[in-house]
Design a protein around this ligand. Structure first.
Ligand code: ATP
Ligand code: MG
Length: 405
């Protein structure tokens, strides 16, 4: 019996209680049980139930019907979200995204059987009793990722599981069990049929894994990298990756690294082929600018730091320390010291604005010259060449008037 102290589980217990009161079964299931047994903080709690989605919708006040066709709804209870899914059988994945048709069942056993790995096929009732049909707990203890049932069959059913196995190896630091590994070898060409979005989703988690090096190792050793977008056409990239990487905060960080070591492939290409969001793109572009600037100047000047998004400081330091050597390595404390010393943190703090500049030249027609003057001042102030003081800035402009154009 597992003791639940975590607030999320205690609130989840209330959800299960309510479902049971109406005569249905319900269990905690999948990743959250695995994480609880590993003493890892779990992100989201999944509940499997014999009740149909419409029943769940009727039972709870706040329900978001996320994927009713697949049996899933989100129940909001005490400010916590629970993904509640009706017990179901494995469907076929002809579009390689969602099962074609879902068959609901009234017992948890077959629902557990359709799950990918033994460590993910655990369920737990509201008292903390574990249902473990495939020795998932033993595999957890031995740090093994093992397919539920026949690996070859299971990977053929949904080849994304291949990437998922490697993603879990990276996240948990686990080893892929021998037979499961050879099943990966055998079925990997089927990855070609998988929708990019699903692959991206897993890779985003892989590069954030605490054992990312293990993840990369498996991608390399199994040859699975040959079936990834972009890498497929540029297989060499996998050998150019630094040996020791730290877990990344974003896939944008990975793209920045990949573009830095293989500049022939643009960030735009990566983003397009992996169908990443604009957010990821902006992260990658900002990091790439900083990396190339650092490579060129070989110093951490204030202009570099100023132009780097605050949220990306750690990503940048991580990348530099993975890519560069010796005296180019960056110490985090020293870096933060430099951040503190920045004369200004953003354009808004500049003690002069566009209108001030325009007023200095009443006869000039408004145009790009205003921005040019402003940008010059911004850089000079950031680099400490001029004080950020209105009079001093005006003085500088007087002596360096905008060129006619
Ligand atoms: P995370 O903590 O990253 O969310 P997770 O184990 O919850 O890990 P999810 O992708 O959220 O992973 O999936 C939830 C559960 O659904 C898994 O634990 C597994 O039991 C099952 N599952 C998800 N995807 C598949 C799949 N492609 N094939 C079989 N079972 C799957
Ligand atoms: Mg999950």
């Amino acid at each position: 019996m597992i003791k639940m102290f975590d607030e999320q589980f205690l609130v989840g217990k209330e959800v299960i209680n309510k479902i049971e009161q109406y005569g249905y079964q319900a269990y905690f299931v999948g990743g959250c049980v695995r994480d609880l047994l590993l003493d890892n903080q779990t992100k989201d709690i999944d509940i499997a139930t014999s009740a149909f989605p419409n029943t769940i919708i009727a039972l709870f006040d706040k329900v978001i019907p996320l994927g009713v066709e697949h049996g899933t709804v989100i129940v909001r209870h005490k400010k916590t979200s629970f993904e509640v899914t009706t017990f179901r059988l494995e469907g076929t994945y002809s579009d390689q995204r969602h099962p074609d048709k879902v068959e609901f069942i009234d017992h948890i056993n077959l629902d557990l059987q359709r799950r990918d790995f033994t460590i993910n096929a655990l369920a737990m009732d509201k008292e903390g009793k574990i249902i473990d049909l495939f020795n998932g707990q033993e595999d957890l203890n031995q740090c093994l990722i093992r397919s539920v049932g026949d690996g070859v069959e299971r990977f053929k059913e949904d080849p994304l599981r291949i990437i998922r196995a490697i993603r879990f190896a990276s996240q948990l630091g686990f080893t892929i069990e021998k037979k499961t590994l050879s099943a990966i070898q055998e079925v990997k060409p089927s990855l070609e049929k998988i929708a990019v979005e699903r692959i991206t989703n897993e890779l985003e988690k892989l590069v954030a894994g605490k054992d990312i090096n293990k993840g990369i190792y498996y991608l390399r050793e199994t040859g699975v990298y040959r079936y990834l977008p972009t890498v497929r056409e540029n297989p060499n990239i996998i050998n150019k990756l630094p040996d020791k990487l730290e877990p990344m905060e974003s896939f944008g960080e990975f793209i920045a690294l990949a573009h830095f070591i293989e500049p022939n492939i643009s960030v735009k290409t990566w983003i397009k082929q992996w169908k990443n969001s604009n957010r990821i793109k902006n992260i990658a572009l900002n990091l790439v600018d900083a990396l190339f600037y650092y490579k060129k100047t070989q110093t951490l000047d204030s202009w570099l730091i100023y132009n780097l998004n605050t949220n990306l400081y750690h990503s940048f330091i991580r990348l530099v320390n993975a890519i560069f050597k010796d005296n180019l390595l960056i110490d985090e404390n020293e870096f933060m010291q430099l951040v503190k010393q920045l004369p200004i943190k953003s354009k808004k703090e500049l003690d002069i604005d566009g209108n001030d500049i325009i007023r200095m030249f009443p006869k000039r027609i408004k145009g790009p010259w205003i921005q040019q003057v402003f940008n010059q001042l911004e850089k000079k102030v950031v680099l400490g060449n001029i004080d950020n003081n209105y009079e001093k800035l005006k003085e500088w402009i007087k002596w360096n008037p905008p060129e006619d154009n």
